[in-house]
Design a protein around this ligand. Structure first.
Ligand code: LLP
Length: 419
């Protein structure tokens, strides 16, 4: 459920008309709903009720500081994968003890900065990384809390580019080597083992792969405890999928996911951490765009809109489907379009053969499910300024990242003295 609904045929974000925002801020523009963000966080928090837990928002999904603060103020933790994300979480007021640091390539500088700034735990993906964290922590006179990310070798049944839990993927250490790696971790002076971490992929629409992975983690917990390691936290990663289409069967709900977590891990007396990104932010955001032209091709009709692949890359990169709806809900979807952006590549196509209401130049459309992996993956390709972001809260809205002017965009380049 989200908070983007038609009222008398006009699309609203909570209590604000989407067309009013588009008029005030221009297009393309991302619009996020505070109520939806909060609701989705709450669903996960409730789903794990009764077990000690921390819901850590995966900052990579949407890293706007206002979005992070909206969630952080509710008590959310943050899962970060770079010092940039860490500093954003800090800027949103989230304390280090609620921030976990994931990722296979943490640099020494990133480890140092986050250790000094305060960190809940490093999710470590290799022995060289364990060694580096221990060395830096020792230099600083600190002890680094660590969970080792294990790769359970399960098939997440999702798009190949976002599956992470098979042995051929670059992530984690093979679960078969976990005992040796934990023994190594325990031997290092700057490391304190606190738990186990696992993340098998994104946009999972079935609980079975999660269940298979978590069962392996449960077994490993017992084995490692028997060997004397303290396993007081299990970080279960993110990955629960969202409905991208209104018309098909929805993925499992957070409550169902929570019940499965309780079943597989509830007996272990551990604190559960989860790292959802897409489910919290995805359907809390729209990308609103204006039709520039309707172009009649030889056998296709192109709806040319002012958003492009640089603003929302998911269709070009993963063949992802986003529902595209008119901002003025008028007629039935009787016209078939290829929805394309202005960028000079055929890949700049949002949808092919999509049945939509008849649209004219100047009218607005909204891409649904664009709140996660939308603005964060935007670029300035074709020298298109980065798309702005707006946050709605009830009947108010605020620009939470303005559109840079062309002057600002160009002024970042500098001309060397020899030119
Ligand atoms: N934790 C870790 C360690 C991750 O690598 C990810 C996502 C998450 C949590 C959050 O997963 P989520 O709950 O959002 O599924 N750009 C792609 C998605 C990449 C996901 C990468 N890792 C897309 O647009 O579909």
């Amino acid at each position: 459920m989200d908070h983007f609904n038609y009222r008398d045929g006009v699309l609203f974000a909570e209590d604000v008309s989407v067309a009013d925002i588009a008029r005030a801020v221009g297009t393309p523009v991302y619009i996020y709903s505070t109520a939806t963000l909060k609701r989705h966080f709450q669903l996960f928090d409730d789903a794990l009720a009764g077990m000690p837990h921390l819901v850590c928002f995966a900052v990579k999904a949407n890293s706007n500081v206002a979005v992070l603060k909206t969630l952080g103020d509710l008590g959310a933790g943050m899962d970060v994968v770079s010092v940039g994300e860490y500093l954003r979480a800090k800027a949103a007021g989230v304390p280090g003890e609620r921030i976990v640091f994931s990722g296979i390539g943490k640099t020494r500088e990133e480890i140092r900065t986050t250790l000094l700034g305060g960190i809940r735990q490093f999710n470590v993906e290799s022995e060289p990384e364990l060694q580096a964290i221990s060395d830096i922590a020792s230099e600083l006179g600190l002890i680094a809390p660590v969970a080792v990310r294990v790769n359970p070798d399960v098939d997440a049944h999702t798009h190949a580019k976002i599956a992470t839990g098979k042995s051929e993927n670059k992530f984690g250490i093979p679960i078969s080597r976990a005992q040796a790696v934990y023994a190594f971790a325990a031997s290092l002076p700057g490391i304190q083992v606190v738990g186990i971490d696992v993340h098998i992929g994104s946009q999972l629409t079935d609980l079975a792969p999660f269940r298979a992975a978590y069962q392996k983690v449960a077994e490993l917990t017992e084995v490692l405890r028997a060997e004397g390691h303290t396993i007081s936290r299990l970080d279960l990663g993110g990955g629960l999928g969202i409905p991208y289409r209104r018309d098909n069967s929805a993925p499992p709900l957070p409550s169902e996911y929570g019940a499965m977590v309780r079943e597989t891990l509830g007996h272990l007396d551990v604190e559960i951490e989860i790292e959802p990104g897409r489910l919290i932010a995805g359907n809390a955001g729209l990308l609103v765009s204006r039709v520039i032209y309707v172009k009649e091709g030889e056998d296709r009709r192109f709806l040319i809109v002012d958003a492009a692949m640089n603003d929302l890359i998911r269709p070009a990169m993963y063949e992802a489907h986003h529902d595209i709806i008119p901002v003025d809900e008028s007629l039935a979807p009787s016209t078939v379009y290829d929805v394309v952006g202005p960028v000079c590549e055929t890949g700049d196509t949002f949808a092919r053969g999509r049945a939509m209401a008849p649209l004219n130049a100047g009218e607005l459309v909204a891409f649904r499910s664009a709140g996660a992996y939308g603005a964060v993956m935007a670029s300035e390709y074709n020298s298109r300024p980065l798309v702005p972001e707006v946050l709605v809260n009830g009947d108010q809205f605020a620009v939470i990242r303005p559109r840079p002017s062309y002057e600002e965009m160009i002024a970042r380049d500098t001309i060397p003295a020899w030119l």
